[in-house]
Design a protein around this ligand. Sequence first.
Ligand code: 4AD
Ligand code: MG
Length: 460
Amino acid sequence: MSPSKSIVRSQIKALLEAGHAPGGEVLVKGWVRTRRDAKGVSFLEINDGSCLANLQGVIDEGSEAFSRLKELSTGAAVSVSGLLVASQGGGQKWELLVNSLELVGPSGPDYPLQKKRHTDEYLREIAHLRPRTNKYGAIVRLRSQCAWAVHDFFRSRGFFYVHTPIITGSDAEGAGELFRVTTHAPESLGRTEDDFFGKPAALTVSGQLEAELLALALDRVYTFGPTFRAENSNTARHAAEFWMIEPEAAFFNLQDDMNLAEEMIKFLVSQALEHSRQDLELFDRFVEKGLLARLENLIESPYVRLSYAEAVDLLAKSGTEFEFKPFFGADLASEHEKFLCDRFGGPVIVHDYPSSIKPFYMRLSDDRKTVAAMDILVPKAGELVGGSQREERLDVLLSRMTELGMDSEAYRWYLDTRRWGGTPHAGFGLGFERFLMMLTGINNIRDVVPFPRTPKNLEF
Ligand code: 4AD
Ligand code: MG
C-alpha cells in the first residue's frame, strides 16, 4: 500500500450490494470468522456486522500477509485492503485479493465462539459475544430495521413521536407489578417523605396515560420506549424490561384501533421482508422452516376478528382438553391463544373482553359486561398487542374507579381531560420483543433482546 494513495473503507454490505467490483483498492475492517489454509493460498472469512454475508479474503503465498497467517485466528479483528474481484470459487460472487493486512486485535484458541453450532442457553451466558454469531447479529440488525419502520409507519400517518416519563408516580394498569424507584438505602426503605420525590415512585409499566393526555392535544401520537414489569413470571414471553410501541389517537374508536394495529404489523413485516431478506432467510433455514411463507401469509390475509364471547364459545366447544377450562370471565391462557391462532392459521383479533378482567380506563359497554378492548394474538408470540377505546365519559370513569377501589384524586390530571374537551379516543401497546419473536420464529424472549432482564438474571 503506498501511503500517498487514499483507500476508501467500505462496509461489506455496501460492497456486496454494489453488484460490481469497484476495481480500485478497498479497505475492510472486521472480525475473522474462519481461516482455511490450502496449498499456497489461504482464505479468510471476514464479517463486519453490516450484513450476514462474510467477505472472503484471499491471501496468496506471495503476499506479505501470508507469513502472518498464524495470527489470524477466529475472532481476531483485522483491517485488510486489496482488490475486489469476481470470485473464482463457488459460494460467493466477490472476493478480496488481499494486498495488505493489519492485525487490529488478536484472538486465540480460547475464543468461545469457535466454528460449531452452540446452544441458545450457552450463548445466553456469553451474551457479550453472541452478537458476533450469524443468528444474533441478524437479530440485532432486524431490531434496528423494525425500529426504523415503526417511525416510518407513524410519521407517514401524521402521528407525533412523543416521550412519556420513565419514572412515574402512578401505576397505569392499576396492577401491582412495579419496580420501585428510590434513593433510600435498604434499611430506610418505605420512608417516602424524605425520599427523592417525596412520594412513592416507580418505573413505568406503560406510557399510555400520558400518551392519552398528549393525544387529546395533538390528535395523534405514539411512544416507543422501554417499560418495566416486575411480574415474577419466568416464561419464555415475559421480560422485566421490554420495549413497547404505544400509539394513541383522538377521535378513534375500537374499529379504527384494530385497523391501525393490523396495518402496522403488516407494514413492519413487509418492510423486514423487503430490507432484511437475507437475515430472515437465515431464520427460515435454521430456526423455523417455512418462516418466509408464514410471513408472506401474515401480510396478505386479513386478520380474523372475533369477540371474546365467540372465542370462549369456540374454545369450549372445540373438544380439546385444555389445562385451564375456558369460561366467560377468565383470562385467555397461552394454550387458548395458541389454539385460536392454529385454528385460523394466523393472527386473531379478539375484542370486547369482560369488564371484570380489564383495567378502569377501557370504554364500558351499555350493559357494563364488556369493555371496548382488543388483543391481537399471533403465532409464536401469543398476545402481541393489547389495546382499547378509552372511557371518555367522566361519570362512567369515576364509577369504574370507585368500583375498583381506586383513589380518583390521584388521577385528577387524567380525569381533567374528560372534564374539558374530552373526546372518544383509542390506542394500543405492541410489545416489540414479542413482535421480533413472531418475525423470526425465535421461541424465547431472552434471545431477541441483546441483554435480557428476567427474574434472577441481571448480567451484562
Ligand atoms: O396488554 P398490555 O399490558 O397493555 C398495556 O400496557 C396498555 N397500556 C397498552 C396501551 O393500550 N397503550 O401490554 C401491551 C403489550 C402486550 O400485548 C405484549 O405484547 C407486551 O406489551 N408485553 C410484554 N412483553 C414482554 N414482556 C412482558 N413482561 C410484557 N408484558 C406485556
Ligand atoms: Mg394485555
